[in-house]
Design a protein around this ligand. Structure first.
Ligand SMILES: Cc1ncc(COP(=O)(O)O)c(C=O)c1O
Length: 371
């Protein structure tokens, strides 16, 4: 029986081994571990790639969000709207900085907040929105951005999962990303970045990420230590050159899944939003909530790893509990989503094996109901 993981990072390393090894060795030989020209070169390449004026590399995608919020200096206890269906990092930073989380529901097709779900929870105490580009594509950010502008509030875009879904971005928002190893552009450790078109904001975020200093031992702001390691910057420079090709491979895999699964009535396949390309960071299907867990177990028994992103709304997590609160689509999605294995190097034969077993699961189910 084959074993198919949800992602396989080793295969990608082997495909780039010569380039990666040379880049890492160069850092070791130069004994440059923090800062230096690798960071500056990466920041330039990143900002060129997505078309924003400034990129500030930092320790991870969570810090990138925290740095944005620190830079905005919102009034104490400000409210911030965030989707309840996201990775916990997005809400964690709000609470860490003493702000109040306001959960918005998401659209069940794109899995993201819409201007309508945001408007439904808006109040005058809301000072910012964090929109999350979940699973690999961008939601209706033009409309969300117009909403934020009309209300005079800030917009942060958490693009940890969708780096590469848009290029030539010319927006006023602050945009963050993560270089966690499994991400579209993954380092070999933690990493993240903030993007902005505002020169003074870029300078402030850079300062905040380096203990509030621009000159050594001169601390103008209360900052944090959130620097990207030089070795990670060297690795990311190599991988950035191959990113478009990796995204194209992800899209190819997604179309194999689509072709093999689109006639199974019990499945909802991923919907492409009209607002960006879909990079397929994740290929997440929706299954009826009463058999999602059974499907996951069945696939596991066939050597196929799947993951539920995410099993609980953020407001049900112990640390963020909001009693007597629920959002309809968020609840539904937590019970029905299932992410299938997807990485650029997965083979068509592996996808066929996975899809054959998904089909068998539903055929067995139908047969047992008919008995
Ligand atoms: C939507 C989202 N936001 C933020 C993060 C945080 O990124 P990091 O793990 O680099 O801190 C992640 C990482 O998984 C994420 O998926």
């Amino acid at each position: 029986m084959p074993f198919i993981p949800i992602v396989d990072l080793q295969k990608q390393y082997f495909s780039l081994q010569a380039e990666i090894d040379a880049a890492v060795l160069a850092c070791l030989r130069e004994a440059q571990y923090v800062g230096g020209k690798q960071i500056q070169e990466l920041e330039k390449a990143l900002s060129n790639y997505i078309g924003m004026d400034y990129a500030i590399a930092c320790g991870n995608g969570t810090d990138a969000l925290q740095l944005c919020l620190m830079a905005l200096e919102l009034p104490p206890r400000s409210k911030i709207i965030v989707p309840a269906f996201t990775y916990i990092a997005t809400v964690e930073v709000i609470r860490l900085l003493g702000y109040e989380i306001v959960y918005a529901d998401v659209d069940p097709d794109t899995f993201q907040c819409t201007p309508e779900t945001i408007d439904a929870v808006f109040s005058p105490d809301v000072k910012a929105i964090i929109a999350v580009h979940l699973y690999g594509q961008t939601g209706n950010i033009a409309a969300i951005s117009a909403f934020a502008k009309q209300k005079g509030i800030f917009l942060i875009e958490d693009n940890a999962q969708s780096f590469g879904s848009e290029k030539n971005i010319r927006r006023n928002s602050l945009i963050t990303t993560s270089f966690y190893p499994s991400k579209n552009l993954g380092a070999y450790g933690d990493g993240g970045a903030v993007f902005t078109n505002d020169a003074s904001m870029a300078q402030k975020i850079r300062k905040l990420a380096n203990h509030g200093q621009t000159k050594k031992y001169t601390h103008e702001l209360v900052g944090i230590n959130s620097r990207l390691d030089t070795i990670q910057a060297a690795i990311l420079q190599v991988k950035l050159k191959h990113l478009d090709q990796f995204i194209a491979a992800r899209q190819q895999v997604a179309s194999w899944y689509d072709d093999a699964l689109n006639d199974i009535a019990s499945l909802h396949l991923p919907v492409r939003s009209p607002f960006s390309s879909h990079t397929f960071y994740l290929y997440t299907i929706r299954v009826r909530s009463d058999n999602r867990d059974a499907l996951q177990q069945y696939l596991f028994n066939q050597g196929i790893t799947t993951v539920v992103h995410y099993p609980q709304p953020c407001y049900r997590q112990q640390a963020y509990l909001q009693e007597n609160f629920s959002l309809m689509n968020t609840e539904l999605l937590c019970k029905s989503v299932l992410s299938l294995p997807l990485y650029p190097e997965i083979t068509k034969e592996e996808i066929q094996y996975i899809c054959k077993h998904i089909r068998l699961f539903f055929e067995n189910e139908a047969a047992s109901k008919a008995m």
